[in-house]
Design a binder for this molecule. Sequence first.
Ligand SMILES: Cc1cc2nc3c(=O)[nH]c(=O)nc-3n(C[C@H](O)[C@H](O)[C@H](O)COP(=O)(O)OP(=O)(O)OC[C@H]3O[C@@H](n4cnc5c(N)ncnc54)[C@H](O)[C@@H]3O)c2cc1C
Length: 386
Amino acid sequence: MNFELTEEQRQIRQLAKEFAENELKPNVAEWDQTGEIPPELPEQLAELGFMGGTLPEEYGGSELDYVSLVLIIEEFARFSERAATLAGAVSCSLGRGTLEYGSEELKKKYLKPMAEGKATGATAVTEPHSGTDVVRNLHTTAERDGDEYVINGEKMWISNLDLAEWFLTFAQLDPDAEPAYQGTIAVIIERDWDGIETRVEKPITGSRTLSSGAVKLNDVRVPVENRIGEEGKGYKVLMTGTEIGRLACASRGLGVLQQCLKESIEYANQREVFDQNIGEYQLVKQKIANMRENYEAAKLLTFKLADMKDRGVDHAQQSASMAKRFTTNAAHQAAEDAVQLHGANGIAESSYSVGRHFRNSKVSKLYDGTNDIHTVMIADHELGYK
Ligand SMILES: Cc1cc2nc3c(=O)[nH]c(=O)nc-3n(C[C@H](O)[C@H](O)[C@H](O)COP(=O)(O)OP(=O)(O)OC[C@H]3O[C@@H](n4cnc5c(N)ncnc54)[C@H](O)[C@@H]3O)c2cc1C
């Protein structure tokens, strides 16, 4: 067992840290207030290789190992959930399914521009009536018509809506398939095709910069060449990237933990109440100790998962659930404690980031599988039910 980073990994982390401190930290409070990010952010990230993730170089990727990906996402997430999400996107469901099951043309047409920060996409799975059970309960339909599919339905809570120029989406082709997910297809559709409407959901409690909302699909005609994988195997395309999606989500939780701890230490060492720094009080010490301990434990789960992926372990469902659930729970707890420790300043978002982390970390317990469903999956695995 070796917990040391390589020289290259240390350099990547340093580059990400500098970018985060110089480009994200000064702007993120305003981005969060407006829910808008500068449209050139993906290109700015791509110039430093941060959009290319684990994607092979031949498709414009940075061919990173997963440990390096975690390091980048963690540093970005100290300040900006959106930048951290963009840095992970091409390595997660959005890129991974296309990389494994897509044709050469699709990889060049959609993945390469995304890794170059020129035309990003979005993964459109969730629907208004179903999220957790969506692969078994898709209401979006596909009908084959010659060399095209005609897609109808609605997707909800789709992130990256402000920038996405294309969507990786899923529809039910065979309504009689048993189980239903054996009748699904995955396709890429372009935003400017006829029949597509989008609407960003506003206002929302947290994760405002993710630009999430609805995508309506009305008789959208999709050429058969834009299908990823085989007919009836859409769920495989989706599942391919989910464990990496959870790794990315856990990495964002690490960023929140790291930053809440750092800001809490600084505050505890300078804020005086009853003539002494609040860090001297035992209840404040307890919060700091909990944050530190949880940060260390969260790192172990997250980097263990990254290491498994670097070693080529294909199925790591329970490890992915544990990393996602533990880290996002710990991040939300740390953010709550950090707000409490800052007193009223904890909610002054123009001066302190802990209030924003508190709102965003709550939301991180909902997406990439709710933490409840991860609880169920961890236990089912342990009990031998799955
Ligand atoms: C900010 C944000 C960004 C998102 N981005 C995307 C995106 O880019 N693309 C996309 O496709 N989706 C996205 N989502 C959707 C997200 O994946 C879903 O919200 C999530 O899967 C949960 O689905 P749901 O909200 O429909 O909750 P439901 O599935 O309706 O669940 C409701 C409640 O029931 C609980 N529950 C459900 N089943 C069980 C069970 N078996 N046992 C115990 N409890 C259970 C859940 O934990 C939850 O508490 C995003 C969501 C948010 C909030």
